[in-house]
Design a protein around this ligand. Structure first.
Ligand code: ZN
Length: 267
């Protein structure tokens, strides 16, 4: 941790990008194995078609995909471009967090948190579920981080603190519990626990902003699906990815949004 704290400027961004690629590769493993109830640590990755173990030199994030032209070295099975895209996305998230928070202890927490949001997004898209294995330890870890090291995302000079973290978790849980009751299945238990986790990290204001931006983007996406993809009103759209996006916007731009909101009278 102390090594990271010495970095700033370009070296910090390069470190964040490289770490983001490597952890992004692990995020792919988690997103594939967690919903299938498999261990995320063993066995090592293998080709789903021929079972050939993927060698370390063929497992370099993004680079290996390009060198292998997106195919298994052994059997030629096509590897989904989603994998390198997830690695790149995770690297981008890490650089974004480093840009906003610099080399602080909270940056290391945001790295973990943002990757958890990415894995939730992938799993919810594919299975319409959000695993408790991510949201429950995520909430506990979020409360500890909120207590000890996180800044308030809306007032970055101030720390979040245990009270705001607990209130945020309670707000996320109870608001989404009520929405789940009212929507009769449209919003699930996974979303409730996910928002407890988001609230622990961003406070109750973060729950509101995440809900606002998540619903806004979610409605636009829903409308697009109904109009252009022929989906009906019954088409099930996972909400977790939109909440993840809302939480990301809150963490990266909460301060700017709060500033704009407070000073909009002066425009
Ligand atoms: Zn193969």
């Amino acid at each position: 941790m102390s090594a990271v704290l010495l970095l700033h400027g370009l070296p910090l961004y390069i470190f964040s990008a490289l770490l983001g690629l490597v952890v992004g590769s692990f995020a792919n493993v988690c997103a594939y194995r967690m919903p299938r109830k498999k261990s995320v640590v063993s066995p090592p990755s293998s080709c789903p078609r021929c079972g050939n173990r993927i060698k370390a030199y063929d497992n370099i994030p993004v680079v290996s995909y390009l060198l292998l032209l997106g195919k298994c070295r052994n059997c030629g099975e096509r590897i989904s471009p989603i994998y390198p895209l997830v690695e790149l996305a995770n690297a981008l998230l890490y650089v974004g967090a480093a840009w906003k928070y610099g080399a602080t202890p909270s940056l290391l927490f945001y790295f973990v948190f943002l990757t958890a949001l990415l894995v939730i997004t992938l799993i919810d898209f594919e299975f319409q579920e959000i695993p408790d294995e991510l949201t429950l330890p995520g909430t506990a870890l979020g409360i500890i981080a909120g207590w000890l090291l996180l800044p308030d995302p809306f007032l970055r000079a101030h720390s979040l603190g245990i009270k705001a973290s607990l209130t945020g978790a309670a707000a996320g849980f109870s608001i989404y519990y009520l929405i789940a009751m009212a929507s009769k299945g449209g919003m699930g238990g996974g979303d409730i626990k996910m928002m407890a986790m988001v609230g622990a990290v961003t406070g109750w204001k973060g729950v509101l902003l995440t809900t606002f931006t998540g619903s806004l983007v979610g409605s636009v996406a829903g409308l697009y699906i109904v109009v252009f993809k022929g989906g009906g009103r019954k088409t099930k759209i996972p909400f977790g990815p939109f909440l993840a996006l809302g939480a990301l916007i809150c963490i990266l731009f909460g301060q700017e949004i709060a500033g704009w909101y407070l000073h909009r009278g002066n425009i």
